[in-house]
Design a protein around this ligand. Structure first.
Ligand SMILES: [Zn+2]
Ligand SMILES: [Zn+2]
Length: 274
């Protein structure tokens, strides 16, 4: 089996992961881990239904909005459009970090409704990082599709009701929102690819190698326990600057001083389930 080497130089096969550092392998993760099994069993038919509805609505709205953006495209704005797309990608990368950091560090699977539906996948991912590679398209992308529904629906409503002059006036803003929406929607697919070591399309590998999307080696840094850095998982472009600023740790110190809650205590609890 292929081997994965973590940041401390500890070799792990792809089915298991060391959850405690230093001293590789003091707690082992993977599909057979008690916590991973329990978390996988909490995936419910209701959750599956929510994911299906989100995917269908999101891709329909995205196709509708893209059609209108292309129909109103003017070449004279190309540099501004490119700038808006880059700004949109950076916004999506930051948003991925913020949501990932929030779900990893705070809250609990025991929270009513929200915990099982939205915190559970983050806990499962740390104990069994390869589970995501066995999730189908709906389970991988359902929640991210749900996040972009309101802005996409609002843009579609504007295309239907605005005059051509208003559409022209709002064009660059809509390009920015569309870039954010596309990259937020793709984030967990990109994240899944960063955990996939076999059979990736060569275009995906090329985009990873050029660091246009999250590279595999780059994302491994997050998977060294206690999972306290490199939270951005769309492109990962913001990970290094945010770590340099101590952004996440300062935010955690602030929240801990205000609430008394320790970051990642629920994550630790699941990691140590036997
Ligand atoms: Zn994480
Ligand atoms: Zn991951």
């Amino acid at each position: 089996m292929a081997r994965m080497v973590n940041e401390n130089g500890c070799g792990d096969d792809l089915k298991t992961t060391a959850l405690k550092e230093p001293g590789c392998g003091s707690v082992r993760g993977g599909p057979q881990h008690a916590g991973a099994k329990e978390l996988a069993n909490l995936y419910s038919p209701g959750k599956r239904c929510q994911e299906w509805i989100s995917v269908v609505l999101c891709f329909s709205l995205m196709a509708f909005n893209l059609f209108h953006l292309l129909a109103n495209f003017h070449l004279d704005h190309i540099w501004y459009i490119l700038l808006c797309i880059v700004a949109g990608i950076l916004t999506a990368d930051f948003a991925s970090g913020l949501v990932h950091w929030g779900a990893d560090s705070w809250g609990s699977v025991e929270l009513p409704v929200f915990g099982k539906a939205f915190i559970r996948p983050f806990r499962e991912h740390h104990i069994d990082p390869t589970a995501i590679t066995r999730h189908d398209f709906i389970e991988t992308n359902g929640d991210n599709c749900m996040l972009t529904l309101i802005p996409l629906a609002y843009m579609a409503f504007n295309f239907l009701t605005h005059s051509p002059a208003e559409v022209y006036h709002n064009y660059l803003w809509n390009c920015y929102v569309m870039a954010v929406a596309i990259f937020v929607t793709l984030t967990n697919q990109i994240h899944k690819w960063s955990h996939t070591y076999f059979g990736l399309p060569s275009l995906v590998v090329f985009l990873q190698d050029c660091h246009i999307i999250l590279p595999r080696k780059h994302h491994r840094i997050h998977h060294v326990a206690p999972h306290e850095m490199y939270f951005c998982i769309t492109t990962g472009w913001l990970n290094y600057p945010l770590e340099k600023l101590g952004f996440w740790s300062k935010l955690e110190d602030l929240i801990q001083s205000l609430t008394g809650e320790k970051p990642r205590s629920d994550d630790m609890k699941w990691a140590h389930k036997t």
